[in-house]
Design a binder for this molecule. Structure first.
Ligand code: FES
Length: 107
């Protein structure tokens, strides 16, 4: 299995639309915290991807999951990992930047 590079947008719109909940679900599933990686997953926040109109956004290996939903995010991550990358240049956010965003809730 190829390694998954998972990025959860921590921009304001995605934060308000639930990216904190998405990150918590992915953390529970992977056993990783934001900013950590193992042999299967590299998990972190990213800055605004410019797709705020489709918030919340999760990117997997450069593929966007638009209007990501907590109920389907784990299956959506598996599907997105099979597609060729849309945008490999997504900018990581530092965990400190993300945790300073009150709108993300408790992640
Ligand atoms: S805030 Fe997430 S895409 Fe802009």
């Amino acid at each position: 299995m190829d390694k998954k590079n998972i990025r959860v947008c921590c921009g304001m719109t995605c934060g308000v639309m639930g990216s904190g909940k998405l990150m918590r679900k992915i953390q529970e599933n992977t056993g990783l915290k934001a900013g950590e990686k193992n042999e299967k997953v590299d998990l972190n926040f990213c800055n605004c991807t410019g797709r705020c109109h489709m918030a919340p956004i999760v990117a997997v290996n450069g593929n966007f999951i638009d209007e990501a939903k907590e109920e389907t995010i784990l299956a959506d991550i598996e599907e997105a990992a099979t597609r060729p990358p849309q945008d490999p240049g997504i900018m990581d956010a530092t965990v400190e930047e993300a945790l300073n965003n009150d709108f993300l809730g408790d992640v």
